[in-house]
Every structure is written in C-alpha cells, then in structure tokens.
Design a protein around this ligand. Structure first.
Ligand code: ADP
Ligand code: MG
Length: 699
C-alpha cells in the first residue's frame, strides 16, 4: 500500500476526528485504503425521473422530483413518524419516516425542491414512499453521479450522526479525485491482457462510480478475480511448500495384504469410481510426496472399502494406518465392518474411543508403539497425545466436517514425518467451496453408486396423512424391512425436542405394539452403552423401527432399513436431510424417504423440501443449499474466515473462481516461488494478502 492510501481516515477532507471515530467503530474503516475498499452494495440507476402521476404501488425503486410541503410529526411518543408531502405538477405523494426522523427533519426544508428516491407503496388508499432518499437536485456531487449512483452500507448509529450513503459517496469521490491518489497494480500485464481485464486503478474507480453498467460489470469482474486469485495462490502455494518441505513416505508396493483381500475377500465388484479413486491414491502415495487428498462421495457410494484398501496398501509397505470417525457409533461400525472383512487375514485391528476402558487403552498404546497393531480405528481419542504410533503411514479422517482444522493438524504430530492423509466426506461440497475450503488438497470424487441400487423415492406428506403413513410402514415391515423415524434436534429448544421425540416414541409404540413389533429409541441423552445396545439391536434386525434424533445422521449403515421418515422435516437443513435420506437405499430393495411436514412453512423450507423431492444428487443439493443459505452458514465452514469475501460470491462466481485458480496454478507451475520478474507484482501482493487474511492453514 502506498503512503497516500495508508493515511488515517480523519485526514480526508470533510471527515475529521469525530466522524472518523464513527467510521472506525461502525465500519472498521481506518485508512483511505479502507474507505476505497468499502464497496457499494449496489448501484441505482437514477437517470429517469418519474412524474408523480405515473407512480403505481407495484413499481420498484423510482425517482421523483418535487417540492416538500406540510412537514409534520404524527403519532405518540415511541410510535412517532415524520410525514411530508411532495408535490409536482401532476400530483402529490406522501413521504414517511419512522426512524431517525429528528435528523431527517433537521436536514430538510419545506417549500424546497428535492429528488426523492424509494419504493412506492399504497397505504390506506394513499401512495407513499417510506424512508425515501432525499437529495438536493442542485448538489454538485449528486448531479455528477445522478446516472448510476453507488449505495453504501450504513448502520443506524452512523445515520444518527449524520453519516449516510451520500456522505460516504462524497468522501469516496474526494478520495478518488485527490491528485495524490494512486493504486499499484497487483497483477502482471500478461494476466491482464490474456484475460481481458481492466487495470486495478480503473476497476477501483468504476466499482464506485461507473459511467455505464458495462464498466461496472468489468470492474466487478476484475476485483472478484483479484480476490479469488490471491486466495488460490496462497492455497496452491501451501501445497507447493508442503511438497518441497516434506518427503512423503513412499508406499511403493502393492503386496500380499492388498492382493489377498482383493482376490479372496472383497465381497463385491468395485465400482468404476472406486477403482479410479484407489488408482489416484496409489499414484499419490508412491511418488515420495506426502498425500493430502479429499475423497468426496455421496452417501452410500462405498467410501469405507476405499479407506480399507488404502490402509492395506499402507501395511503392505510395513507401516501402520488409522481411521478416525466423528462418533463412537460410527467408529464402532467401521471397526466391525473392517474386522469382519479382514477376519480371515492376519491383520491386527483395534478400536480406541473415549469410552474404551483404561486398561484396554493402555494395552492399545503399548501395542501401537511396539508396532504390534496394523490398523487403529477410533474417534478423537486417536489424536490424544498418549497415542504414539511406531510408524504411521496413513491417516484417514471420515466425515471430516465434524473435525476441526486443528484436530486434523494434530495428525501431523503423530510422526517425525507426516503420514499420508485421506479426508473422506459424504457432504458433497459445491465446487466453489471445495476450491476455497480445500483448495490445498487434491480431490477425488466417487461419483457412482454400486450397481443394483434403486433410487430412493422421496415423498412429502402432511400430518393429516399420518394414518396412511402408518399403514405403509406396516406393509414394509411385513416385507421384512426396517424403518427409521427421525425427530429434529435443535439446541435452543432441546427440552421441546426431547418431549416431541418421547411423545412420538410413545405414539409409535401404541400403533406398533409388542410382541408383533419391536421399537428402538436412540437419543443424545442416553448413555453410550444404552445407545450401543439399541443401535446394535437395530443393526441385527431385532427391532423393526428406530425412533431417533439426528444422532444416526452420519455414516450408520443398515442395508435392510428401507424407509426413512423425517418428522418436522421443514426444520432440517438440506444437507442434513440428504444425510438422513442416505441412511436408506443401501440394500437391493426399493427405499423410501417420507418427509413429514406442517402445512405451514417458510418459503425457504418449502424450497428445501421441494429440492429433496426433486433430486437425489448430492451435488445438486449442495448447490441449492449454498444458494439458499449462503456460504457462511454451511456446515464446517463457520470456523473458517476464508469465506469472509469482500466482493466474491461463492454461490454465484463459480466461473471467475475457476479461472482464478487456473491462472494461479499455471503461474506456479512455471514459477513455484514467484521469483520471475513478470511475477513480481503478485509476489509483492501475496505477502500483503497473506498478512491480512484471517484464515488458518488447512490440514
Ligand atoms: P459411504 O460412502 O456412505 O461411507 P459405505 O462405505 O458405508 O458408504 O457403503 C455403503 C454400502 O455399500 C455398504 O453396505 C457397502 O458394503 C456397500 N458397497 C460398497 N461398495 C460396493 C460395491 N462396489 N458394490 C456393492 N456394494 C458396495
Ligand atoms: Mg461412510
């Protein structure tokens, strides 16, 4: 940043110390540069001035010009509003302010001409505009930018101190017009030319004051590109650095363990996608570079066996492997699946969890250190400091969105050299998010379900058809199938949820009485042993119905369960619904997901349920989720400040992000340390971006 731009904001003409205080507090604007990067949230086209007689209540934002008359404050204290009339030759419209009216009143005058900008409404048969923007048509700055005018975010507190969007507009204008104003280019000429982008200076000017909409679009494009580019450059450089720093463990051979398993014990034919991903992993681990790979595969796509075979690859080369799961239920299930698949092979597998008895734990620690264990499966207990491997070659993290960044990082400390890391997730991540959140990982996608699976039928039902749903359940149970019923669990109202669950359970027990039917219940308040007992009864097929909260959400695999009923489905998020639905459809039978919902629901909830009924494609669902909720809300992203973007939008800017990543990659391919002269501008800016960026390193 040059000296001019680092000037404290109070030195800008018109601001001064008092207003600067407000800007610092409310918008964290400290320097000229901060103000320059306080981009408008939108622009309004004010080239057209309507006649008052032309206004209709269904019109979007409009501008009218007229004289203010009859200013008055109405209502009692607390509920006061300021009302004025605006007259032109063709008619009258009412202007109303509910907030900040004292300030408005002081800043406007009756019998003077104004430009009013806002959305026309109808109230009690009269046309009005609530909280219009009023401008003096003779104001030079207004005249100048009347065409396409920037609108800036302002808080109520700022408005109370007389700082509104217009004030900011004027300051930005002052800044841009200052003879000392200069910005340095941060992209090479080559990048600009090849991608047809305008200069940084031009973009920063036009993002505020574009002379036409095409220029605004170019400015946005350029600045979004820049933002994405430096994030990608940084992530990709982590990867380069990691490769330069660490020699990965070489897993060169495919040996006895892998081959015996593949030839004799693998109970099914691998899908093409599973084979491809295993090949990608194989290439990674034998080249002497530490692997950091994300495996995305929709629920039921068969990630467990890919994990297992990668671990066999590892022990074929004389190393140990471990696999972490987010819950004890899931870890136990992995342990059972894997030990049963390996039961006729001399592979030493153990399970380690928080609830493992102390004596057993101690034994596991010893065996690990002595190299008497080949595969360790478990929960967070695996990353406790007491756990020391003799020679860990590969760490697999299942359903990683429940593992924090630091927890994953701790895997590194298990060895003097880092093990290969395989991160598996069934939460499909939109491409933009994957590129940003896991931009330094390589990714593999299992995009194919095992053959013979019938697509799950998803049905939306209202409470009024509950009896019909019970009837359907009975038919399915008669066929030998099992059923999940899931209740929402939302922390703020845990008590209520618990009551709903218990009421629901009692209702089901009445409708499905013993001894004909057996019903299990599973929820977070139960002790681990109780949970396991109930879960195991269901897994073994001893109970017909499992009434549960979302504790069963992740990973649980009961192929005979063919019906998933989600109660109050409108309360669940999309990715959660998708996860839940993925609990069924794992066997050869036709499976069903029944979403029970209130008739009354928000538009967003309606959209979610509609999406669920329409598609079973996890990626489509993830994209829809991103559009509905925005990136900050998605599971697993909250801890990552990486999503605090200034101008880029991960739900819309897929193409720009992909472009930025490609450009960054191709630059690093030819100049991994950014030492060439042409790349000097980027090297310099990368350092600045690195300092200001808030996010931590991933893995
Ligand atoms: P997820 O990817 O959700 O972790 P799992 O690994 O639990 O999926 O696999 C789901 C089910 O599909 C399991 O019962 C597993 O045995 C089975 N499965 C996995 N791969 C195949 C395959 N290639 N052919 C048939 N069944 C498979
Ligand atoms: Mg799984």
């Amino acid at each position: 940043m040059n000296q001019f731009l680092s000037t404290p904001i109070e030195y800008l003409k018109g601001i001064g110390p008092a207003k600067a205080e407000v800007l610092k507090k409310e918008l964290q604007l400290f320097t000229f540069n901060d103000l320059l990067f306080h981009f408008p949230y939108r622009h309004i086209d004010r080239s057209k001035v309507y006649k008052i007689s032309e206004l209709r209540p269904d019109m979007p934002y409009v501008q009218v010009k007229g004289t203010l008359k009859n200013l008055r404050t109405l209502g009692t204290k607390g509920g006061q509003r300021l009302v004025a009339e605006m007259h032109d030759k063709t008619g009258v419209i009412e202007l109303v302010w509910f907030q900040g009216h004292k300030w408005v009143k002081d800043s406007i005058q009756a019998n003077k001409e104004y430009l009013a900008f806002g959305k026309p409404n109808e109230f009690n048969g009269t046309l009005n505009i609530v909280h219009p923007n009023l401008d003096d048509p003779e104001d030079a700055a207004i005249k100048k930018y009347l065409h396409i005018m920037p609108m800036y975010n302002c808080t109520e507190r700022m408005k109370a101190r007389g700082i509104d969007s217009k004030a900011i507009m004027k300051w930005v204008n002052t800044l841009l017009m200052n003879p000392g104003f200069e910005v340095e280019e941060c992209l090479s000429d080559a990048i600009l030319q090849e991608n047809n982008m305008i200069s940084r200076k031009a973009a920063l000017f036009s993002i505020h004051f574009p002379s036409n909409l095409a220029l605004l679009a170019q400015a946005e494009h350029r600045l979004k590109f820049e933002e994405f580019f430096f994030i990608q450059l940084k992530l990709l450089r982590y990867k380069v650095k990691r490769h330069q720093l660490f020699n990965g463990i070489k897993l060169e051979i495919i040996g006895e363990y892998f081959n015996t398993f593949f030839e004799r014990y693998l109970p099914f034919e691998l899908t093409g996608a599973q084979k491809r991903v295993l090949k990608e992993i194989r290439i990674d681990v034998k080249r002497g570079i530490q692997m950091n790979r994300l495996v995305q595969g929709d629920v039921g796509s068969g990630k467990t066996v890919v994990a297992l075979m990668s671990m066999l690859m590892t022990i074929d080369n004389g190393y140990q492997a471990c696999m972490m799961a987010p819950t004890e239920i899931l870890a136990t299930q992995h342990y059972e699946t894997i030990s049963s698949l390996l039961k006729d092979m001399p592979v030493r597998v153990k399970l380690l969890m928080g609830s493992t008895p102390a004596r057993e734990k101690k034994k596991v620690y010893e065996q690990l250190e002595q190299g008497e264990l080949d595969i360790l499966i478990g929960t967070h207990a695996l990353i406790e400091s007491k756990v020391v491997f003799k020679n860990l070659g590969m760490a697999i993290v299942d359903e990683q969105h429940r593992f924090g960044v630091e927890q994953r990082a701790r895997l590194w400390q298990k060895n003097t050299y880092p093990p290969h890391v395989l991160v598996m997730t069934a939460t499909p991540i939109p491409r933009t998010l994957a590129m940003t959140l896991y931009g330094d990982l390589d990714t593999s996608v299992i995009d194919e379900l095992p053959a013979g699976r019938k697509p799950i039928q998803t049905i939306l039902r209202y409470d009024s058809s509950r009896l019909a749903v019970y009837g359907f359940m009975k038919t399915e149970i008669k066929k030998g199938r099992q059923i999940y019923i899931v209740y929402p669990l939302i922390e703020e109202s845990e008590k209520m949820d618990y009551k709903n669950l218990v009421d629901g359970y009692e209702g089901i027990c009445k409708e499905f009485p013993e001894p004909t039917y057996q019903v299990s219940i599973l929820h977070g308040r139960m002790k681990t042993a109780e949970k396991e007992f109930e879960m195991n009864r269901f897994i073994r097929g001893e109970t017909n119905i499992m009434v549960a909260t979302t504790v069963i959400e992740v990973g649980v695999n009961v192929p005979n369960a063919s019906v998933m009923i989600v109660e109050s489905a409108q309360k669940f998020g999309l990715s959660q619904l998708h996860q839940l639905r993925g609990r069924v459809g794992r066997g050869a039978d036709q499976s069903y997901c029944i979403l029970m919902s209130d008739v009354k629901q928000s538009t967003e909830a309606k959209q979610r349920l509609k999406t669920m009924v329409e598609t079973t494609d996890g990626f489509k669902i993830a994209e829809a989720d991103l559009k509905l909720r925005g990136p900050g809300q998605l599971e697993g992203t909250a801890q990552s400040g990486i999503l605090d973007l200034k101008i880029g939008d991960l739900s819309k800017d897929t193409a720009i992000l992909a472009l930025a990543r490609n450009v960054a990659q191709s630059i690093l391919d030819s100049d991994p340390n950014l030492q060439q002269d042409v790349n000097k501008p980027m090297a310099k800016f990368e350092a600045i971006y690195r300092k200001t960026a808030k996010w931590g390193r991933i893995s």
